[in-house]
Design a protein around this ligand. Structure first.
Ligand SMILES: C[S@@+](CC[C@H](N)C(=O)[O-])C[C@H]1O[C@@H](n2cnc3c(N)ncnc32)[C@H](O)[C@@H]1O
Length: 285
């Protein structure tokens, strides 16, 4: 599968605008599991404290920001939460207001052209962010530029987010003689720990390490769980977008059943869950 996918994949900000409200529930808390694993790396190597100045880059609905603030550091560190999608910024701003996050600054910004000065941050985080940028190298070089010497970088990506396996199986069933692969946003240079480590080293970071971290997508039912992934592929796959409505509907219905079958009853007896696999990579400037 990896061989059929591009090095980088461009998802326009409008897609994340549309998805913003559903994104949080769609991953069923897996994104928080990932950020907690990332923050445990920081704790071991360069702990966050009241004097830290942190960038939550491609923050989405303030996932890393929320996890850092929930640690109860007093007074809280300064956090700059940025994203290029207005929908994500709106959600992050509403959290800032409703939860009284006075130490958080929220700004709409492209991670490939940060408007921050050099050497501003002690910690630079991009969870499930920079690996999706059209130019991931530029994203990393901007993180390097804006990090203080000795500062800590933490990024995450997907090793296996599971739904692509179902999508490819459905594609092979519907189009057994297809000449073109199903186009999916799976940047292959971020799908294994070795590549992730190399990406950070090539950007100038040292003491780089990467590990695969399982995380759990928890949903009330398998149908609800599958619906988010059905919606996602509709937004992000140019192949799926190119089909007529009837083909798309039939494909999506079948793909949905394959995704549903991946969910298992939750260990705690409430709803269903699906294990996903992320890669957590960190280093120092
Ligand atoms: C999969 S979400 C991750 C959100 C969040 N960081 C998390 O941990 O769940 C990807 C985010 O990257 C943002 N994004 C994608 N490309 C971007 C870019 N070039 N600049 C800034 N944000 C970008 C999207 O808007 C979206 O919020």
């Amino acid at each position: 599968m990896a061989d059929t996918q591009p090095e980088n994949f461009s998802v326009p900000s409008e897609v994340f605008d549309e998805m913003a409200k559903k994104y949080e529930n769609g991953l069923g808390g897996a994104q928080n599991d990932i950020v907690r694993a990332l923050l445990s790396h920081s704790k071991e190597n360069h702990p966050i404290d009241s004097n830290s100045v942190i960038h939550d880059n491609a923050c989405g609905p303030a996932v890393a920001t929320g996890e850092i603030l929930s640690q109860g550091i007093s007074p809280p560190p300064k956090i700059f939460a940025t994203d290029y999608a207005q929908g994500m910024i709106d959600i992050t701003r509403s959290y800032k207001e409703r939860r009284g996050w006075d130490s958080v600054t929220v700004q709409q910004m492209d991670g490939q052209a940060l408007s921050f000065e050099d050497e501003k941050f002690t910690h630079s985080i991009s969870s499930l962010g920079v690996f999706m940028f059209p130019d991931g190298k530029k994203g990393l070089s901007e993180m390097y530029r804006t990090l203080k010497p000795g500062g800590w970088i933490g990024v995450t990506s997907w090793k296996d987010v599971r739904w692509p396996t179902a999508a490819i199986a459905a594609y092979e069933k519907f189009f057994p003689n297809a000449q073109e692969p199903l186009a999916l946003p799976m940047p292959k240079n971020w799908m294994d720990p070795e590549n992730c480590e190399r990406n950070l080293r090539e950007a100038g970071f040292h003491d780089v390490k990467a590990e695969v971290v399982p995380c759990t997508n928890r949903q009330l039912s398998k149908e609800i769980g599958a619906s988010a992934f059905v919606e996602f592929i509709t937004y992000v796959s140019p192949t799926v977008k190119s089909w007529d409505e009837d083909t798309r509907e039939r494909f999506l219905a079948y793909y949905s059943t394959l995704v549903e079958d991946m969910f298992l009853p939750a260990n705690n007896g409430n709803g269903v869950e699906l294990t996903l696999y992320s890669i957590v990579t960190s280093g120092r400037k």
